[in-house]
Write a protein that binds this ligand. Structure first.
Ligand code: NDP
Ligand code: PYC
Length: 340
């Protein structure tokens, strides 16, 4: 390994503060910088590399392009007993979620279920950080967000859908919440970019080239090609559902509806996000957290070694013990972007 790429270990707080500096320097408010820095550093800490510091140059080029409003103040609307709407003002989705969160939780706890519809928002991050905290306070949360056209619907000829992730979190009695977060494309766009950068081939079945022919070359996918949904018609149906819930239901753009061509450097999809939060204390029978624990127990008894989220939490523990490992070149780039 070259000295340039030797890992440097950084404390979580140090990484957050470096990222905050970058966001503020490139035009966000202090509040937005804090929210995005915590999100991105949390992804890096958990080994969610496709949405960790790898994304920072994309955030910066987007902010510099004027495509996103880094100082937007979200407007929260209490529209019904179980429904909250937020206009993110052309800013990021995470500050909009933060602004609406107290009202959303209050509604979920009183009605048993509540939905949050965010529109006019940009989501450029992993989705699990949006749902996991709800489960940590005993609630069940499901969220979907759409992105940018790069996925060919199953049976179609050209890309239309985004990579459209679905994230879910539920409490359990004995241990951290059960969390999964997955793109409905066969692979996240971020991972294709990382493979292209490393010169690695992709597994078969992830995407097609500009002629619609199957390819394992990430560059062919990025340069005029497209991704496929995971699981054929099944993933495609889920991706369609995400477009409906995250865009049609919220008032946001479908993945194919925005045009960023006048903003060179823009990378963040301008779409929408839906969050559904359920208070399981309203359900019948044994407490939900005991039932979810029983399910996990049976899965382990059936031979399962790895639950979704296990790898991330192991990475989190490693980062807490020895710091977040960044390669020296990536850290140097962050310092430069921070103006250090
Ligand atoms: P992965 O395929 O890596 O993982 C999907 C889920 O499956 C995770 O919860 C993961 O847990 C779990 N998992 C993976 N392998 C196993 C296994 N062998 N056994 C059990 N569980 C497993 O994620 P994707 O590539 O689909 O998505 C990556 C990220 O990209 C997500 O965070 C997603 O939100 C983000 N994304 C964001 C978009 C946006 O518009 N903002 C668009 C598309 C994607 P673990 O994490 O513990 O490995
Ligand atoms: O990795 O597919 C992706 C993605 C799209 C927008 C943010 N991440």
């Amino acid at each position: 390994m070259s000295a340039q790429n030797e890992p440097v270990h950084l404390a979580f707080d140090a990484l957050v503060s470096l990222l905050q500096q970058i966001f503020v320097r490139h035009g966000t408010s202090a509040e937005v910088a804090e929210t995005l820095a915590l999100n991105c550093a949390g992804a890096e800490r958990d080994g969610a590399h496709s949405h960790g510091v790898f994304r920072i140059p994309g955030y910066v080029s987007t902010l510099n392009s004027g495509w996103v409003n880094g100082r937007a103040v979200p407007v929260v609307d209490d529209v019904a007993s179980g429904f909250v709407r937020v206009d993110a003002g052309g800013g990021f989705a995470q500050p909009a979620l933060a602004a609406a969160r107290p009202l959303l939780v209050e509604k979920a706890r009183s009605a048993g279920i509540a939905a949050l519809a965010i529109h006019n928002s940009h989501h450029f991050a992993a989705l699990w950080p949006d749902v996991e905290p709800f489960a940590e306070e005993g609630l069940v949360a499901l969220s979907v967000v759409n992105s940018m056209t790069c996925v060919v619907p199953h049976g179609a000829d050209r890309p239309l859908f985004g990579t459209n992730p679905i994230a879910f979190a539920a409490p359990r009695a004995d241990g951290g919440p059960i969390v999964f977060d997955l793109a409905t494309s066969a692979i996240a766009h971020g991972d294709v970019q990382i493979a292209a950068r490393k010169g690695e081939k992709l597994p078969a079945g992830m995407g097609v080239d500009s002629l619609g022919q199957p390819t394992q070359d990430p560059k062919a996918i990025l340069e005029g090609g497209a991704l496929l949904p995971f699981g054929g018609h099944k993933g495609s149906a889920l991706s369609m559902m995400v477009e409906l819930l995250a865009a049609a239901l919220t008032g946001g753009n479908f993945s194919f509806e925005f045009d960023w061509s006048n903003h060179p450097g823009a990378k963040t999809p301008w779409t929408g996000q839906l969050m559904i939060v359920i208070d399981p204390s309203k359900s019948a029978g044994q407490p939900f957290a005991l039932r979810s624990q029983e399910l996990v127990r049976q899965m382990h008894a059936a031979g399962l070694r790895r639950l979704p989220g296990d790898r991330r939490h192991r990475e989190r523990e490693k980062s807490a013990a020895s710091g977040i490992a960044l390669d020296a070149a990536a850290l140097a780039q962050l310092r430069e972007l921070a103006g250090e």
